[in-house]
Design a binder for this molecule. Structure first.
Ligand SMILES: [Zn+2]
Ligand SMILES: [Zn+2]
Length: 336
């Protein structure tokens, strides 16, 4: 009888609810989760993680959730897990004792055999537990229901020893892991990336219709420097530093593909897919956070893309003066 695993499954569900209501990264909306992902990336200062995030934001966000849940369950939520587990074990014990009592009473008054006894018992508790080793075949020679009842009760008392052993590792074996439940809930949304900078569409609906299809186009409140996606001036190694919001406000042109075709940034939609399904509002605002990222990982980015922050891609002095604290503050202010 897998009573402990039933309690573990329930504990996984309970603790996920707790994380969703209280853990800062999980308790609000999608944009809030993104803020926490970006904050943690800046704190870790690990270029490979940035590249993972920029190239595959969904996969990185899932990794973030898993790592975050593991840390929280091993630290500030450890006691909470244990107390959920104790409550769930105790609820199950009560439930089973009641079932035993009810069935025994019924059987005695109806004078039925042990096969019937087990059937009744499993029917009552089947939504809570599954039977492993106990089956009617194991008990064909047991004439007395009271014996079986006693055995099960003894088993229930023995569960107490398991109470002390709940660990994060055990929760990982639950039917649905807390991080997986959170991933299913928080990552079921649009993950389209801005073709100019890689910023992720913040629409909460997965596969949402675009304007052409009667829905709304992909959009994101904050774009990034095009250099983070390797945009550069054609036939040079000079990075294209500006944010796409600035570019679409300019009179400049871009090459949407490897051909000689040029399209004005102002009418970027005329470049066709994927440009025509993005709504990018012209704006001169540039989030300090991404300016800090460019400056902090300048050498790594140059090496990664085999390009240079020089000539027209030279980083302005003002960007270099942004501190880590200012970068984080810009996130806090903008992602309210
Ligand atoms: Zn963009
Ligand atoms: Zn979208």
């Amino acid at each position: 009888m897998s009573q402990t695993s039933a309690a573990i499954n329930q504990t996984a569900i309970d603790i996920t609810g707790e994380l969703k209501s209280n853990a800062p990264a999980f308790k609000e909306n999608r944009l809030n989760l993104e803020k926490h992902v970006l904050k943690s990336l800046a704190e870790k200062k690990d270029f490979q993680r940035y590249i993972h995030y920029i190239k595959n934001p969904q996969s990185y966000t899932e990794t973030f959730i898993t790592e975050q849940v593991e840390t929280l369950l091993g630290t500030e939520y450890k006691d909470k897990c244990q107390s959920f587990f104790v409550t769930n074990i105790s609820n199950l014990q009560t439930h089973i004792r009641q079932a035993l009592h009810e069935v025994s009473k019924k059987i005695k008054s109806q004078n039925r055999d042990i096969v019937y006894w087990l059937q009744e018992f499993t029917t009552i508790i089947k939504d809570k537990l599954t039977f492993g080793t106990i089956s009617s075949e194991n008990f064909t020679d047991v004439k007395d229901f009271d014996f079986l009842k006693e055995q099960i009760e003894k088993g229930l008392d023995g569960i107490g020893a398991d109470l002390k052993k709940l660990s994060v590792d055990k929760l990982k074996k639950s039917r649905q892991r807390p991080d997986q439940i959170l991933i299913d809930q928080l990552c079921d949304c649009c993950w389209e990336k801005c073709p100019f900078c890689g910023a992720v569409c913040t629409n909460t609906v997965k596969d949402h219709k675009t304007a052409k299809e009667g829905g709304i186009d992909h959009s994101v409140p904050f774009h990034r420097s095009g250099s983070l996606k390797g945009w550069h001036y054609r036939h040079t190694v000079q990075m294209s530093l500006d944010f796409c919001t600035t570019k679409v406000a300019s009179d400049r042109l871009f090459h949407p593909d490897y051909s000689d075709r040029t399209v004005p940034f102002k009418t970027y939609r005329s470049a066709g897919p994927p440009y025509d399904t993005w709504s990018i509002t012209p704006d001169l605002f540039q989030l300090s956070y991404w300016q800090w990222v460019v400056c902090t990982f300048k050498d790594d980015l140059e090496k990664h893309f085999n390009l240079k922050y020089e000539g027209r891609g030279e980083i302005p002095k003002a960007w270099k003066e942004i501190t880590f604290e200012e970068a984080i503050r810009s996130l806090e202010e903008m992602y309210k």
